[in-house]
Each structure stands twice: as structure tokens, then as C-alpha cells.
Design a protein around this ligand. Sequence first.
Ligand code: PSU
Ligand code: MN
Length: 304
Amino acid sequence: MKRYLDVSDEVRKALDEGKPVVALESTIISHGMPYPKNVETALRVEEEVRKSGAVPATIAIIGGRLKAGLTKDEIEYFGKKGTAITKASRRDIPALVAKKEDGATTVAATSIIAGLAGIDVFATGGIGGVHRGATETMDISADMDELTKTGVMVICAGAKAILDLPLTMEYLETKGVNVIGYQTDELPAFYTRKSGLNVVWRCDTPEEISDIWQVQKYLYPNTGLLVTNPIPEEYSMDPVYINKEIDEAIREMNKLGIKGKETTPFLLDKIQKLTGGESLESNIMLVLNNARLASRIAAANCRK
Ligand code: PSU
Ligand code: MN
């Protein structure tokens, strides 16, 4: 893999010594939050992983090199360039490598690179899913199918109501992907702790999640696992208010005719503006919360 992949010294050493490592994505930096909050958050999340006893490996593509573990300057570069950096999903990786370009990796692309580097725990905010209206548009995030191709577990706060959550759960069921609720029976909906939908399995400790993962890795080495971790109560938003703003953002998107890979970044930005930064604060807190849980699961994996 050396041909295309650079693993930072710190990450390499941790992996060699069997220490816990947590992968982090870069689309959330370049396309998910405004500058400079995006850089501040990315560095804070790395810090949170370290404080929780694991090594962070922020993942991106730089000048055609697949990177596991970024420097502060590289994170700053991704944050500052923002949407000028290509949003990279599975399909984009070979072209970006061949053309020696940069790419901000989505959940799908981050999982692929994490897997190549030998990292199997990945923390993010929200995952891409089945979009509302997908029965017509067929807009289903490549994040969904990646969970059937790559043996990496993704810790997220559920999915935003910009998606069709019941269809997202149906899709994952069809694809044979397990959705675990951490200390909850209900699928969390990103800004809020509840969605009205059930997760598949509930786990109350990182140890329990790690036990399932050991079996799964053995039986289905190329299948992922979705761990959903509700936003802490004190940072969760009023569901009526946030859903009203999400509906407004979707109306605006349809009016402007925004489609394809622009959809998710447009909605994230619009919602942040409509809520005057309140949703951004919640977003940051839930990512930190996921980074902590991911570190504890990675540590449990290392004990096995
Ligand atoms: N959902 C969020 N925040 C995000 C994303 C999704 O709540 O930052 C990003 C992730 O990088 C995810 C990507 O992998 O958007 C999904 O994009 P698409 O829907 O185009 O597959
Ligand atoms: Mn899409």
C-alpha cells in the first residue's frame, strides 16, 4: 500500500504497538463547517481523542497521496480552502490519486483509507443516507454501501433529518448492516436524541460493542458497523424548531435545483445559517462526544 498511502509516524507507531487509533474524516472540515470553526473543531476533536487515550488519524488526500494522520498545517489548509477542495467519495479516489490532487474524504472515502491503513474505528458527526425523495431522485449516499464493502466501524450521532430516516434504516437492513444504539433503543437524529425509530441492537458499554465487532470482523471482514451515539442532552436541540429549519433548507434547495454531491454541503450550510450558529454548536459537541466513545471502543478492541 506504500505506493499510494502515507501513514504518519505517530499513527504507524500506535498501530505497530497495538495501541488504539481513531480515524477522523476531512469532508466535515472542508464542506461541513465554516472557517475557522472547522479548523478549531478538527483540532479539538483530535485533542479529545488523545485525552481519551487513543491516537487520532485525520484522513484526507493531499497531492494524490492517501493520508492517515495529518499535521496541524494540513488541517488548517483543508479548513481554509474549504469547498475549493474536491469532496471525495469512493468513486473519486483513483482519479484524485492519478491526477495528484487534493480530496476531502467523506465517510465512505475515509473508511476506505482507514481500512487500508489498518484502522477499524472511525468517529464522525453524521453519516450520509437515503435522501428525502430518493424514490424519485435515487439520491442514496455512497456512505451506505461502503458499510457493505469495508470492515470499519463508524461512530456517529445518527443521521440528520435532511435524510429520510425510515428509508435509511430500511436500506441498511436490506444491505445487512447492523445499527447499534449506544445506551439507547432509539435511533438518534443528530441534533436530537430521538427519531421515533428503533436501532437494531442496543449496547450499554464500549466493551459490548467491541465484543460484537470481534465476531463480525471474523465472520464478515469486509462489512462495517454503524454505532449511533445520541447527542448529550444539554446540547440537543428542540426537535420542532430544528425540523422546521431543515424543511425550510430543503425547500430552498429544491427551488435552486441543487442536486448530487452538492446536496449535503448545501443543506449543512443553510441549516447553520438559518439557526444562527446554534446548530453548529450542537454539531461540534456531538462530534466531540463521538470521538470520546470511539476512543473507548478502540481501547476495548486493543484489549482483545
Ligand atoms: N452529514 C452530516 N455532516 C457531514 C456529512 C454528512 O451531518 O459533514 C458529510 C460526511 O462527510 C458524509 C457526507 O460522508 O457528508 C455525505 O455526502 P453525500 O450525502 O453526498 O454522500
Ligand atoms: Mn448523494
